[in-house]
Design a binder for this molecule. Structure first.
Ligand code: ATP
Ligand code: MG
Length: 579
């Protein structure tokens, strides 16, 4: 169960590891239904995004659950765009939704739109009127709120509730024909204004709204409400299990009521906890603000929890699926630590990312005993986790770049990198000693290091066994290519950016000012000139990186850091596996 928000100690991982690989409760229900022969043993699910925003990691959980169940139980899963609210919907959102479901590794059996069913839904509305189960109401939105009552007080019947079937039918048809202004009338179900469940207090089925719809254009001026459209769409498609998030639990009696009233096939609604992640926000409203207020450079800003953002940053479908699998499916809302996503990402990239060398904060080294015109090509292993990835040659020469972090003029004990008089091994290459620190005479800033190399110490040579404590990465200055590298960190400093906001305080004030660090001049080994978007690399000792698919140009490369190598989670997850 992922019901415990992580504190500052160990994150709650009771839902991860092997135990989570047993059946989750939704799956248990589905299995029980297939065993009992309910729905003829069929399993059919759907993923129903509303095309009013970009899919995010929370949607991925729903996608993995719905498509995963269908795959596992030889059933079907539809993609359905729930496009009942024309004011906020756009085709662009539909296309990106299609691409991202594919990107995550799933394909749908059928692709539908709630708007495909507008005529059928309307015909059913007339049927409900005929059955005396729906009426046209002239109350304004404000009046309706007053009549609705509260959690502790029953509502009052609308004065229009007793209209005759004939009058209701006439008014509904005239609503449909465009005779009344927007918002002047609604069609409502006739259920129970005293029901303790507010959703059953004569809910609205149709509203009058002259808005251009992304698919039906101006054909309709009345639109069905989500609650009225959803279950009937499920039923029309032959859905067996309509899986949705917990906030719809109170809507289930209404979902069932419509299907019963219309006497059509009734799928079973099952609710699960939505995904919340630490240090980010997953509500469309919040994500919209990040984009519209230009806090982020777009929906695909690599700091966004959207799937387009994650993809651009270098997160892989494999890691996201693994993450969704590990967090499991719970009945109670909780928050998952962002660290778990990064853990899954590292595990995936560790297996398959090509290792390369790159220097992000360059410091020049001159090997004073290395002949100026000489160069060598040293053999480097592409991926120690996968020897089939082979080897490559990296150029070595008199002038090199190393990272500033790998040199200290005045090192503490146990600093095993380079320092004056000290030795270090260059990865795949030689042992070097730092002889001289060259500084700007006026500012005192270090300009370069003069070192000597031991020609007998090359990796793989007979006496290469001479041991030094540290090995650092490097690139040849004359052969390297330059690039901009973007480092990312948590979007928000607080685990829950919405928690404990003071009066007039905004969640945006909690953005991490260091969520993006741009390193404009980095030096990379020349093999990276062939980097392509979507191909992950490990910059040795620095983390996992990928080419930025949007801003990178052949003559001005840009790389994103996906995740660091730092990994406190491996131990925690390991411990759980042992337990
Ligand atoms: P928001 O409240 O941010 O607008 P939503 O739930 O309205 O999100 P939809 O596009 O309607 O977004 O969601 C499509 C499907 O994805 C629904 O079945 C919904 O329950 C599911 N979903 C959305 N957000 C999450 C989440 N954070 N965790 C799990 N499932 C989610
Ligand atoms: Mg929604």
């Amino acid at each position: 169960m992922n019901s415990v928000p992580p504190g500052h100690g160990d994150p709650d991982l009771s839902n991860s590891g092997e135990s989570a690989r047993s059946l989750n409760f939704v799956e248990e229900e589905v299995v029980a239904d297939t065993n009992s022969g309910r729905f003829g043993g069929r399993v059919q699910t759907r993923f129903p995004p509303e095309p009013n925003g970009y899919l995010h990691i929370g949607h991925a959980k729903s996608i993995c659950l719905n498509f995963g169940l269908a795959r596992k139980y030889h059933g079907k899963c539809n993609l359905r765009f729930d496009d009942t609210n024309p004011a906020k919907e756009e085709s662009e959102y539909v296309y990106q939704g299609l691409l991202l479901v594919r990107w995550l590794g799933f394909s749908w059996d059928g692709m539908y739109f709630a708007s495909d069913y507008f005529q059928q839904l309307y015909d059913w509305a007339e049927l409900l009127v005929h059955k005396g189960l729906a009426f046209v109401c002239d109350l304004t939105a404000d009046q309706m709120r007053t009549y609705r009552g509260t959690l502790t007080e029953p509502g009052k019947d609308s004065p229009f509730r007793q209209r005759s079937i004939t009058e209701n039918l006439d008014l509904l048809r005239r609503m449909r024909a465009g005779e009344f202004p927007d918002g002047s009338r609604t069609l409502r179900a006739k259920i129970d204004m005293a029901s303790p469940n507010l959703n059953l207090r004569d809910p609205v089925l149709y509203r009058i709204l002259r808005a251009h719809h992304h698919r039906t254009g101006d054909a309709w001026c009345i639109y069905p409400m989500y609650d009225y459209a959803h279950g009937q769409s499920d039923s029309l498609e032959g859905i067996t299990h309509s899986i949705c998030t917990l906030e719809f639990e109170d809507h289930r009696p209404l979902y069932d009521w419509f299907l019963r009233a219309l006497e059509i096939d009734a799928p079973r609604q099952i609710e699960f906890a939505r995904l919340n992640l630490t240090h980010t926000v997953l509500s469309k409203r919040r994500l919209l603000r990040l984009v519209h207020e230009k806090v982020m450079c777009g929906w695909d800003d690599p700091r966004m929890p959207t799937l387009v953002g994650l993809r651009r940053r270098g997160y892989t479908p494999e890691a996201i699926r693994e993450f969704c699998d590990r967090i499991g499916v719970a009945k109670f809302n909780g928050t998952i630590d962002l660290g778990l996503l990064d853990f899954c990402q590292r595990e995936d990239l560790n297996r398959r990312a090509l290792r390369v060398m790159a220097v992000l904060r360059p410091l020049k080294i001159v090997l004073t005993n290395y002949p100026p015109e000489q160069e060598e090509w040293l053999e480097a292993i592409n991926n120690p986790e996968d020897l089939s990835a082979g080897v490559r040659q990296v150029p070595f020469a008199r002038e090199l770049w190393i990272d500033q972090d790998d040199f200290m003029e005045d090192p503490p004990k146990k600093f095993f990198r380079l320092s004056p008089g000290g030795e270090v091994r260059l990865r795949y290459g030689y042992i070097i000693r730092c002889d001289n620190v060259i500084k700007d005479p006026t500012t005192g800033v270090i300009q370069e290091l003069h070192c000597t190399y031991d020609p007998e110490s090359r990796s793989g040579m007979a006496n290469a066994g001479r041991k030094v404590k540290g090995t650092i990465h490097w690139v040849s200055a004359g052969h390297s290519i330059s690039a901009e590298v973007r480092l990312y960190d948590k979007l928000f400093l607080q685990e829950n950016p919405d928690e404990g906001l003071g009066e007039g305080e905004d969640f945006l004030s909690r953005l991490n000012p260091q969520s993006l660090e741009v390193l404009p001049v980095c030096h990379l080994e020349p093999s990276l000139a062939a980097a392509a978007p979507g191909v992950p690399y490990q910059f040795e000792r620095l983390g996992y990186f990928c080419l930025d698919a949007k801003d990178s140009r052949p003559d001005a490369l840009v790389f994103n850091r996906t995740v660091t190598l730092r990994d406190t989670w491996a131990k925690i997850v390991q411990k759980m596996g042992d337990a």
